[in-house]
Design a protein around this ligand. Sequence first.
Ligand code: PLP
Length: 427
Amino acid sequence: MSQLEFDRAHLWHPYTNVVKPGATFLAKSAEGVRITLDDGTELIDAMSSWWSVIHGHRHPAIMTAVHDQLDRMPHVMFGGLTHDPAVDLGRKLLAMAPPSLTRIFYCDSGSVSVEVAMKMAVQYQHSAGRPARSQFATIRGGYHGDTWKAMSVCDPVTGMHHLFKGALSVQHFAERPPLRLGDDWDEDPERNGLADLARLVAANKDRLAALILEPVVQGAGGMYFYHPEYLNRARAICDEHGLLLIFDEIATGFGRAGRLFATRFTGIEPDILCLGKALTGGTMSFAATLASTRVAEVIGGGEPGLFMHGPTFMANPLACAAACASLDLLATGDWERQVALIEAQMQAELSPARALPGVADVRVLGAIGVIEMDHAVSADRAHGYCRELGVFLRPFGRNIYAMPPFVTTQDELTRITDGMLALAKVL
Ligand SMILES: *Cc1c(COP(=O)(O)O)cnc(C)c1O
């Protein structure tokens, strides 16, 4: 059995039918923006391997940091022990995060960081003497991960809630913010979506621990960019009714949308912030949940005081070392120019797609470029064209999109946008 045959017969891939798997490539190595396949074909990684590899694959600074840490201490438990990579990473994160966030919980993956955030919110309310507040408000069209609690706040339709009815916690969904980023703000609360949110929160406030959402950019829920003013107003609604505000910046954190965090499109700060994906520059799975001083003090001052979460590989030193190196690369500030150039080039090169039949919308923000079709497109069919295009693209839903590494050159980006246009013509 060849490697690919074994894979087909035995390995489950993300969001696929295990008995009818789709086309899969055998990747052998990766360097910069390129993935090399078993037959030597090179594909430009237009997905940044699910939005994580912002500096390109195997960036030398990150590789060196991980090798050094590997030689010293790949892992120790975090209960009762700490280490330089965890402390150094904490310093770097606090230097860039919203200033009110002062406490960091390291964990294994984005979904787990959402679990941790939701658990913190419930325990905060419990410690504050409101134990009945254990449910969550959110907006439609969101994506927060695949574990149970995270899934319960994903969009009910794309998250297939009907399938898991009975097993999923009941949460409360307001309409997707109707005004887009770049639209003129409309003060009419029926038209800007806030009336719906305010009604939902007011009606359920005795049950609600927090409002959780992805600020400005809804990623896997549909690549939708909405008006930041919605978030300023949502903050006020949360404050009025005693809900915490959780921002899931697992997709948008570390420059992807053109600002270091999407929170910076707003004038407010969340109480809890989830980070993941690009945290290690795509080297390995790692995430962090940041909390405000107030959240930490209420939880710590309540009963039982301790926070009941502690993954085996919490603050893994290798992951912390990779993250430190990745944040150092961001600190040079070059990403800002790179992302601005990518944004301008994608705006120019994707705009002809607007004239193509079947295209519903074209939008670009930072290093995110989207051609939204008026019909669902098949990732498997897209794979059939990847070798020919020399670009790895994996559309989902109605969206043919790219989230290229920030180091993608002008010529490489043109190949990506050409590939997206070519797919929009055939899918
Ligand atoms: C990817 C993602 C998650 C889940 O992260 P995993 O590391 O895949 O568990 C959660 N929220 C958002 C916004 C994401 O993009």
